[in-house]
Design a protein around this ligand. Sequence first.
Ligand code: APR
Length: 238
Amino acid sequence: MDSDVAALKKLVDESSNIVFFGGAGVSTESGIADFRSVDGLYNQEWKYPPETILSHTFFERNPEEYFRFHRKKLVVDGAKPNKAHLRLAELEQEGKLRAVITQNIDGLHQAAGSKKVLELHGSILRAYCSRCGKPYDADKMNHGTGLPRCDCGAVIRPDIVLYEEPLDDAVLTEAIQLIRAADVLIVGGTSLNVYPAAGLINYYTGNKLVLVNLSETPYDSYADLIIHKKIGEVFSQI
Ligand code: APR
């Protein structure tokens, strides 16, 4: 076992108050593209930049084009939890991990068995009416054609945080509390580019900040341990 992974294993073995904060890089080993890697979503050719498509204004003005992108790129049928998701769920069951805080909207942490999952950017497995708020089964929205409509006539939308939209206050507050109180904070599979999510790392007050990410991040210099390796492989060894 490499020394950096061994160091992480030691931190995990010795702690019962670990918090994990992750992003799209946690799901790439499940076949879901991330956003900013070379082959990521934001580097693929689309009529509009994906960051534009995934915005509140675009959703309001071009719902048809939004749902074309949503059904083609956000919905990944058959994606299964990978070793990172599964090990995180185990660490929670072992009483070592307090919570997973994720920017992902794919529901794979819950599918792996994690119970305490804070979804900062929501989930495509939930949907609601954009006007009256009535909740809907997301399957129809994710796998249908055309515009999904509520009984009230308005468009049904995914329960995700689009650009220009605020994060859920309660989720953000709880995430900050968990990170503040954490003994070990493991940040994985995220470029730490998008705020306010990326700013959560600043609330950590301990001296066991671990970054597990294939590429460099703006927070590498703050980390107590950096592992530039595939997170599924790393987590299968700790
Ligand atoms: N193991 C470790 N790291 C990985 C792996 C892997 N198997 N695969 C990818 N990565 C790393 C990449 O190097 C990259 O730095 O994960 C990071 C993913 O970064 P992004 O693609 O920017 O995804 P993320 O940080 O989650 O984006 C944040 O941006 O568009 C918004 O709402 C969207 O939640 C998303 C947010």
